[in-house]
Design a protein around this ligand. Sequence first.
Ligand SMILES: NC(=O)c1ccc[n+]([C@@H]2O[C@H](COP(=O)([O-])OP(=O)(O)OC[C@H]3O[C@@H](n4cnc5c(N)ncnc54)[C@H](O)[C@@H]3O)[C@@H](O)[C@H]2O)c1
Length: 262
Amino acid sequence: MTSTNKPVALVTGAAGGIGRATALNLSRTHTVILVDRDQNQLEKSANLISEAGGSPAAFVADVTDLNSMQGVVRDGEAFLGPISAAIACAGIEVQGSVLDLTLEEWNRSLAVNLTGSFVTAKTTMKSLIASNGTFTAIASDAGTNGAQGYSAYVAAKHGVVGLIRCLALDFGPAGVRSNVICPGFVETPMARRLFAQSSEDEVQFYKSSVPLGRFAKPEEIAETVRHFVESTYANGNVYAIDGGATAGYFVGEPFQQTHVAS
Ligand SMILES: NC(=O)c1ccc[n+]([C@@H]2O[C@H](COP(=O)([O-])OP(=O)(O)OC[C@H]3O[C@@H](n4cnc5c(N)ncnc54)[C@H](O)[C@@H]3O)[C@@H](O)[C@H]2O)c1
């Protein structure tokens, strides 16, 4: 607990679409440590939370850098108190098949998307054990399904799902609940960058493969993070929040009710 008597949550990628929405949401009940490498957007997130009545602490850091993240946790806890919820949200999009990808692009995807989650878990886990806390990672529907032209991203996100399952097994006995959230497309800067490189047909295809007929808003993902932060029994979940996109084959036809019970 902090001097404001609120528990402390750490959110990486807090300058981005989902991370900012998550930090804003959690700031209603938590004091939030914001982490991102993008200083300008990070300050904007901190200002939004302050305007909403919160008292965040913002740290510019790279989640792939163990020393930096150790420093964030040390200084953040010295300032605010022990962390009881950690959310690994920082991520990057990397496109290309194995023939297109350079080794650097492959390594960068694994470093940020997978190793970044490992480093976040490694640097916060002792605090989470001490507080019976929770660890939540944002993977993707690409963490459970393939995606054409995204091998480095898909491989890294599958790795995040595996990592979280192991955290659930390794630290569940110590009282820490670990879960991973797998969104489909979410309206964020990342999705906007991807769509800017895609044809209109491709974007329409992605949208039409969602039974709910639209992409998610970041606030909808943030509400799911809150669920896992607050749940006292959820552990080891791989939770799809994708409007039904990975529920099965979807041809897009409206459902026709042919048999009406009398
Ligand atoms: N937007 C989507 O459609 C979508 C879908 C599924 C999963 N996701 C995942 O959700 C998470 C958040 O994505 P988003 O859509 O909000 O993207 P975003 O690009 O809006 O935000 C990502 C944030 O991560 C930060 N970041 C990147 N590399 C970093 C590093 N090495 N160290 C610290 N910070 C770093 C960026 O600066 C940015 O602020 C990512 O892990 C992404 O893979 C996004």
